[in-house]
Design a protein around this ligand. Structure first.
Ligand code: 5GP
Ligand code: ZN
Length: 119
């Protein structure tokens, strides 16, 4: 069922605590943790606790939780003190765009110059 934990999903295992992660913030609906392979000095992933394959599926099925994820990206940016300079929030969607984990997640990237357009 949509939103239910998936046995083979890495991020569901981080939500359940079966896979460890460096968690920076948690809410009732979201978890934010440091990316294991950071692409910027600040690189945090914000995920819904519930499993949806990507950001659009999340926003379709649970728009209030999609809003929680976006708001949390801002809260983490403030906590990490990168909100003043600016930060980027990215949802890679589909393998061709670099998505490797098919549990919706927002990348929060900051702490270095971020060129536009991204690669
Ligand atoms: P995607 O490529 O799907 O947009 O992003 C997945 C992200 O998850 C990648 O940036 C990758 O470094 C990160 N990642 C993959 N495995 C782990 C893990 O076990 N722990 C953490 N903290 N991050 C992971
Ligand atoms: Zn999942």
């Amino acid at each position: 069922m949509a939103g239910e934990p998936q046995a083979d999903c890495l991020f569901c295992k981080i939500v359940s605590g079966d896979v460890p992660a460096t968690i920076v913030r948690e809410t009732e609906t979201t978890v934010a943790f440091r990316d294991i392979n950071p692409q910027a000095p600040c690189h945090v992933l914000v995920i819904p606790r519930a499993h949806y394959p990507d950001g659009a599926a999340l926003a379709t099925a649970a728009p209030e939780v999609a809003a929680d994820v976006l708001r949390e990206a801002g809260e983490v940016a403030a906590q990490e003190k990168v909100d003043g300079h600016g930060y980027r929030v990215v949802f890679n969607t589909g393998a061709g765009a670099g998505q490797t984990v098919f549990h919706a997640h927002a990348h929060l990237l900051a702490g270095r110059g971020l060129t536009w357009p991204p690669g």
